[in-house]
Design a protein around this ligand. Sequence first.
Ligand code: ADP
Length: 711
Amino acid sequence: MHRSKAPDSSQMSSELVERIFIAGHRIAAADNPDAVLVAVKDAITGPQPNSAYPSVDHCLLSYTPSSSTTLFKVAAVWDRQPEQAPKVGGAYTDLPDQALEAILSGKTLVLQDLSDIHAQGYTIVAPSQFSLTRLSSLLLVPLIAQRQLVGLIALGSFRENAFTPLEIRILQIMADEVALWVSNAIKTQWARPVRVDGKPSQADAMTAANRMTLLAESAQAYLSLAADAVLITDPQQVILSANARAGNLFGYSQPELVGKQASVLIPPQRRSENESWARIALQQGIGLRGETECLTKDGRIFPAYVTLWPIKEGDTVIALVEMTLDVSKRQAQHTTLEGERDLLEAILEASNDAMLMVDSEFRVVSANLQFEAFFQLARFQILNQPVEALLERLRARPDLPAALTNLLLTFTADQQTSAAGELELGIKEVRFLVWYSTPVYDHGGQLRGRLFAFRDATREHEVDRMKTEFVSLVSHELRTPLTSVSGFVDFILQGDAGPLDPGVRAYLDIVKFNADRLISLINDILEISRLEGGRIKLKRDLQDPGTILDSALVAIQPTIEERKQTVAMHVSLGLPEVWIDKGRLTQAVTNLMANASKYTPHGGTITLEARVVVQRSDLPDDTPPEVKVPAVLIGVHDTGMGISEADQPKIFSQFYRTDEVVRQQISGSGLGLTIVKSFVELHGGQVWLSSKVSQGSSFYFTIPLLEGDYD
Ligand code: ADP
């Protein structure tokens, strides 16, 4: 047995009992209406609400003044926005019939969605200078003492559907206590609207015995809700009341238990231990809990976890609450459900990645420590709240990227797609986050919500940047001397250094060829590193797309001639001008033509085409569905070796070359197509191919057009 500290989750229900008892006690002992109201609020939310979003934003206690035209007068108010709250002493003016009827007949009124009523122009309860339009849920419980309406207690929340059945029930239980307090206060003419020193007289008016019964009655109502077996005993451990569960657990009927000595429920060998716990609880007024054994009516002994909670009046303990839990059962539950949940939570908390889970009703149900750290958002402010509330917080934070808000907006309601991407975050230092989002389904195929995960990729980004910088630096350093080698070889070949021996010329031709190959490889690497570093800015102007084909042809002409290939051009007349970087797109077409020539045998044919495509039917037959029209279509066809279906998806990757070209020792870097793809995509276009082995390949790309750019 140990002294009670903060209740753990497995003891939630006993914590609740304690809360209700303590609140009941505080109400009975209160000397002003504010204290009553705070006790009620604490009973519902706990004194330090551990629920991240307590439902109560507004509480109001009012009473029925004896000589007045108004039904209710405000006795005490607690409000999250005090400046908008009604004033103490203010009167309720108009109550809609619906509310009035319910209250007068002593019924609780639960309005979980006020928007309808607001829309009808109602103010539900309108004490002077006060409107409840801010509230989205409202709970009204009439206070009835000796069959008379003595007041009203109201709870409000800014959220819709804020109140749980348990909260409603707790308020109803508390209402009996409050009604008694109010009726006493009215009898004494509401003599002390403010705190006075000394003992409160309405508390004196009630005998300890009265209060005891009252507590037991209130408790009874709660006990029927409690999950555990609960007994209330007097200081001599005589059972005053028991809930149905206690009956079941110990094998007695409920009435049978009342009046019995609590020790009959403990096996003889544990009784002295049990009595000493009770003594500590009684004498020191502290709660205790621990493991023991219990005895059923038919003599069965079972292991149990018992909580003893003293109910005090002033310094004297007037009763003990005893909660008993069958431990064997709890252990089983713990290892399965709670154990799993604890483990999952611990894993989430320990994760380096930030995680956010939104349930299928678009509420934030989980956010881990790292989420808090990455985005500097306090979890208690967003947990259990609708996603919109989170979005609002994000929008109010200029240091967070709009991409984050957009990401949540786009995917929260998406039940199908998994998606991934990158975010740049600049809260204290610049960070790169890689995000991933996917819908979450349970084993039964039921949608449970959506997960958003964020991984800090700042380091990878940094390494990547350094690599790109390094490659670019080295390439520059290599290119300069090589250009000079190639230039001077040119000099010698032109005879500027004197007549050449044919044997030497042949060697120099090889030097020249390889030096140029190296230069073009280095140029490709430089281009790629610029692309990766995002350092390429297009220099666009209006151009006739036909001219890029012409320029590329000029560049490639010597190779074509050397390989005795034929070039056919099919360029439509009157192509619309396009807004492009001519140099970059010429480079793209040159790369495609160089490949067409390189991978087509001597004597083959290369065809160039350029035309406008307005509808999908204008596109070649096997065009992928994602290609967009209208556009200018550029095609480069060859009659060469072709590319197998397995290779086709890979050939746009950096350094990828097919086994076939490597086997045939055809020179190349595997960078040409990567550059083509990047340049085309920088223009908003798309690139694709269709090819058959041994028959030839067709490479296509588009340059997007706007409606009106073409006739
Ligand atoms: P490379 O410098 O190797 O030509 P690319 O990126 O331009 O690099 O092309 C990648 C690979 O795609 C080539 O190595 C080759 O295997 C294949 N390829 C590209 N174009 C053609 C083509 N027209 N016909 C056959 N294969 C091609």
